[in-house]
Every structure is written in C-alpha cells, then in structure tokens.
Design a protein around this ligand. Structure first.
Ligand SMILES: NC(=O)C1=CN([C@@H]2O[C@H](COP(=O)(O)OP(=O)(O)OC[C@H]3O[C@@H](n4cnc5c(N)ncnc54)[C@H](OP(=O)(O)O)[C@@H]3O)[C@@H](O)[C@H]2O)C=CC1
Ligand SMILES: N[C@@H](CC=O)C(=O)O
Length: 411
C-alpha cells in the first residue's frame, strides 16, 4: 500500500520534494517501509506549474486535499502565517499527519498546533524550519536527549550570510547580493524577515524550545538585522581582522536564558567566520558532548527538501507502525529570560568622529570601559573592549553621540 501525501506549495522547497520522491523512490520505500506518492499539490497559480502537471495533480482547492481520505500526510510548504495555520489546523482535525518547513508559523503558533497534534494523535514535524538542510531539530531531540545544553550560537539565515559573503568577497552591493539570494531561492517570498533578523529570530525561538525546553516568542528579546549595515562596516571590520555575521544566540546564564539576534564579529580565524554564502552553522555547548559544530546548506531547494523528506519518512514509518502522535520534542521547562542589558561580551566600537585617540581613551577610562585594542583606520577610530555590558555601552552613547556602530565579538 503506497502512502499518499499532499504538498501545499510547489515553489523552491515543494519542487525539491517532488524531485527527491521521483528520483529516490527505491531507497524511500526501503527506509520508510512504504512507497510514498504525492497525490495532489496545492498552488495559487497552476499555469506557472504546467511543466509539472504530468508528474502531480495540481489543485487550487485545499478542501479537495482535506476531504481526500487517502491522503495521510499534508506537507505545508507555502510559508507565512495565514492560511498556513488554518490549513494545518484543519488537516490535524481531520486526522492527517503534518510536515511543515514554516518557522514563522511554528515560532508563533507552535504550542497551539503541537497540542492539537497530540490530542489528535497525529505527527507534526518541522525539521526544515531551522537551518534548512542541517538536521538540527531531530539531532537535538534525539542525540541530545540526555545532554544538558548551555549554549547555542550560530548562523541561521542563509540569505543574510549569502549577502554578507558576496559583499565582503566579491564587492557586490547589498541590493545586488539580495537580488541574487532571491533568484537562487534562498530568500523568503518577502525578504524583509531575512534582512531584519526576524527569520533568524523565529528559528532561535524554535531552537530554544528544543535545546532549553522553553516557550518564548520573538517579542521577548532583541532582534537586529543587517539592513542598516554598510559596505564601510564590513571593510573596516576586515581591516581589524574580523568578519561580520548575523548570529542567533540562546545561552543559559546562571539559570536564566539570554536570547538575541544581531550582527556580530568573529575573528577571521574562527571556524564560523569561514561559513559562507547560504551555508548555516550551529555551535552547541553541552555538558556531556562538549562543543560541537553542525554546518551545511541552510537554504535552497534540494537541501531543504531533504529535511522535509526526513520528516515525511519518519511520519510514514510511524504510520506503518501505527504510532503517530508522539511530539517532535518532549522537552519542556520554565526558564526566565535575562535582560540583554547586563550580559557581558567583548565589544567592537566604531566611532564616526575624528576625535584624537587621547580624548577617546580618556572618555573610555572615565566610564571604566576596559580597552583591549584601539586603532585609527581611514581617519576613524575603532576600539575593541574587554567584556562590557550594553548598559555600559549606553552610557558611552549618551555622552558620545558619535558612536557609529557596536558589535559583540564572539569566539
Ligand atoms: N527556500 C528555502 O531555502 C527555505 C524555505 N523554507 C520555508 O519553506 C516554506 C516554503 O518556502 P519556498 O519554497 O521558498 O516558498 P516559495 O515562495 O518558493 O513557494 C511557495 C509555494 O506556495 C504556494 N502558495 C503560497 N501561498 C499559497 C496559498 N495561499 N494557496 C495556495 N498556494 C500557495 C505558491 O504557489 P504559486 O507557485 O502558484 O504562487 C508556491 O508554489 C516557507 O515556509 C519557507 O520559510 C525553509 C527552509 C529553507
Ligand atoms: N530565507 C531563509 C530560508 C531558510 O530558512 C534563509 O535565508 O535562511
């Protein structure tokens, strides 16, 4: 008996899923226990997908999928909050298992959908929602099941990493690099969430659930993207021996969780500094395993479709064994968030004004900001500090309005 599935969306990821099922059916049958067949695919505009019309039945009606009792797994690859939420809710209520790659949805309405799936004894899996092709959520829920994680930090948005790499290595403008990331299928349909850090924030919310058992939302922490960054910042950082990356952090500091998304600096010899283009990387520190780094494509058609397929296969195996309905992650814990104002990191401070080094050193020492390095580059001053908090930095900004940029320095 073949397992019939439906795709909601046939764009970058949906078309990748179609291709994998077509090309790798023999292995899929061996590993899942059944042949997997795409019975229908929901799209908005069927005319756009006529080249696939002989491979899959296209529909514009979700109800056709919902009321088809042969369809056991619904794979949501449309993106956005609505109508994705309503479609997934209806599918679960109809007793269908669900796979989604939608981080916006799982970070916003995850708790509600997860309890609905459990009540309906259906599976709800979403490994592709974080870091595209890197199987990070499944790894956290299985390989880290007994381990205590203290920190996750990483590059979790392929579009911005692609933009930063192209700007720093090929000298492309921000706009040209973003356009290429869109053409390559890395960016969201509306790339605002990518460049403002919101996409990475959704992912850190989901990662925090798997790594720390917490239920947080994107309004609970600071989010900064790369949309205000200028070529000058990248060049200046490079001359100081650093690479700028958009980083998501979730870290246990004395029993409280510190979460943030922001552009940060990495020393150019750090492993993460070498993660380029659409690649993502997650560095996880834990009690038993120590420090581990997971890297691979964080966006793109076939890589993301591979993660979707691992969920489809897991749900198919569960269906064959009649054990659907177990949560993707069991881990749950209450943990307060810590204020990012008090968390200390070394900082890179870039000054606009043509102040003398002497005047600046005096000001920093008056504010008790410990200095690691201070340099003049192109008539501008850069100061690298030892560990300081954002609160200390704010004092500096009040007294000295010419601070043009500040970045945490990560190791
Ligand atoms: N692209 C990537 O690298 C990654 C994407 N993801 C996530 O995967 C999901 C899909 O992304 P991606 O494939 O890039 O998106 P695309 O924009 O490429 O594709 C979206 C598809 O969904 C269809 N669609 C959208 N809205 C509706 C609707 N209301 N009714 C019917 N069909 C609809 C579109 O139809 P039509 O073609 O007719 O317009 C299209 O086929 C998103 O949640 C994204 O965040 C996750 C990891 C990586
Ligand atoms: N737009 C996202 C796609 C994967 O989640 C990204 O660029 O990382």
């Amino acid at each position: 008996m073949a397992i019939k599935i439906a795709l909601l969306g046939l764009g970058t990821v949906g078309s990748g899923v179609l291709k994998i099922i077509k090309n790798n059916q023999k292995k899929i049958k061996q590993t899942s226990g059944e042949e997997i067949v795409i019975k229908k695919a929901l799209v908005r505009n069927p005319a756009k997908h006529q080249n696939l019309a002989n491979e899959v039945e296209l529909t514009t009606s979700f109800d056709e999928i919902l009321h088809d009792s042969e369809i056991k797994i619904v794979v949501e690859l449309m993106g956005g909050l609505h109508p994705a939420k309503e479609y997934i809710t209806a599918a679960l209520k109809a007793g269908k298992n669900v796979v989604t790659a939608n981080k916006d949805l799982m970070a916003t309405f995850g708790s509600e959908l997860i309890s609905l799936a459990a009540n309906q004894q259906c599976d709800l899996m979403y490994d592709a929602s974080v870091a595209g092709g890197i199987p990070i959520l499944r790894t956290l829920s299985t390989s880290y099941a007994s381990d205590i994680i203290s920190e996750i930090q990483g590059i979790i948005n392929g579009t911005t990493n692609y933009i930063l790499s192209q700007m720093s290595e090929k000298g492309l403008s921000y706009e040209a690099a973003l356009k290429m990331a869109q053409q390559l299928g890395f960016a969201e349909a509306d790339p605002t969430n990518d460049v403002t850090g919101k996409d990475a924030a959704y992912k850190i919310v989901i990662l925090s659930k798997f790594a720390f058992g917490t239920k947080i939302g994107i309004n609970d922490f600071t989010i900064e993207g790369i949309n205000n960054l200028q070529d000058f910042d990248i060049r200046q950082a490079s001359r100081m021996g650093y690479v700028i990356k958009l980083i998501g952090i979730a870290k246990n500091i004395a029993g409280k969780l510190f979460v943030e998304v922001a552009p940060c600096l990495l020393p150019e010899n750090a492993i993460m500094a070498h993660i380029k283009n659409e690649l993502n990387a997650l560095q996880i520190k834990s009690q038993s395993l120590g420090t581990a780094i997971f890297t691979g494509p964080g966006a793109g058609s076939s890589a993301t479709a591979n993660s979707v397929m691992s969920d489809v296969i897991a749900e198919t195996s569960n269906f064959v064994k009649q054990i659907n309905g177990r949560p993707f992650s069991n881990f749950s814990r209450i943990m307060k968030l810590t204020s990012s104002e008090d968390v200390k990191y070394p900082y890179y401070l870039s000054f606009e004004a043509e102040e003398t080094l002497f005047a600046l050193s005096k000001l920093l020492s008056k504010l008790e900001i410990p200095i690691r390095e201070i340099k003049r580059i192109d008539k501008k001053t850069v100061v690298v500090t030892e560990d300081i908090s954002r609160r200390q930095l704010q004092d500096l900004a009040i007294q000295d309005s010419y601070l043009r940029a500040n970045y945490k320095i990560l190791q």
